[in-house]
Design a protein around this ligand. Structure first.
Ligand code: ZN
Length: 134
C-alpha cells in the first residue's frame, strides 16, 4: 500500500503556501501515477527547477538530496524525470499552467489544484544514469 502524501504534507514540509508547491505537488503525483510507483519504491529523480516545486517533489516521491536520489538541474522548467533506481528507466513529466493575474498565493494554490492534471501535464518515457551524479 502506497503512503498517501497530501498537499498539506507538502506545505508543512515547504514552510509556506504558494503556487510553486502546488505545481510540484500536481507534477509529482502525476509522474508517480504514470510510473505506477509508490513513495516506498527505490526511485531517483531529476528536477529542472530550483525553487518551491522541488520540495513537493521530495515530499511526494521520497527522493531527496540527502539520500542522493534527487538531482537539481535547473533549466527553468517545472519538469521532473522520475526513474526506478534498479533500471534507471522511467518517465519525464512537465507541467505548464497559466495562472490568472491577481490571485493571492493561497488562491493560486487552490486554482492549480482545481485543474485536471491530464490537461496541464504531459509525459514521455525517459531514463537517468543511476546512481545520480554528485
Ligand atoms: Zn514556495
Amino acid at each position: 500500500m502506497c503512503k498517501k502524501i497530501t498537499i498539506d504534507d507538502c506545505v508543512a514540509f515547504h514552510g509556506h503556501v504558494c503556487g510553486g508547491i502546488a505545481l510540484g505537488y500536481v507534477l509529482a503525483q502525476y509522474a508517480m501515477e504514470k510510473l505506477g510507483a509508490c513513495r516506498e519504491d527505490a526511485l531517483c529523480a531529476r528536477v529542472e527547477c530550483s525553487s518551491c516545486p522541488v520540495d513537493a517533489v521530495q515530499c511526494v516521491t521520497g527522493c531527496t538530496a540527502g539520500k542522493r536520489t534527487l538531482e537539481v538541474a535547473d533549466a527553468g522548467r517545472t519538469a521532473l524525470t522520475l526513474v526506478r533506481k534498479e533500471t534507471g528507466r522511467g518517465i519525464r513529466a512537465e507541467i505548464a499552467v497559466s495562472v490568472p493575474a491577481g490571485l493571492s498565493k493561497a488562491e493560486t494554490l487552490g486554482y492549480i489544484l482545481s485543474l485536471d492534471p491530464a490537461a496541464v501535464c504531459r509525459w514521455e518515457p525517459a531514463a537517468l544514469e543511476v546512481p545520480l551524479g554528485r
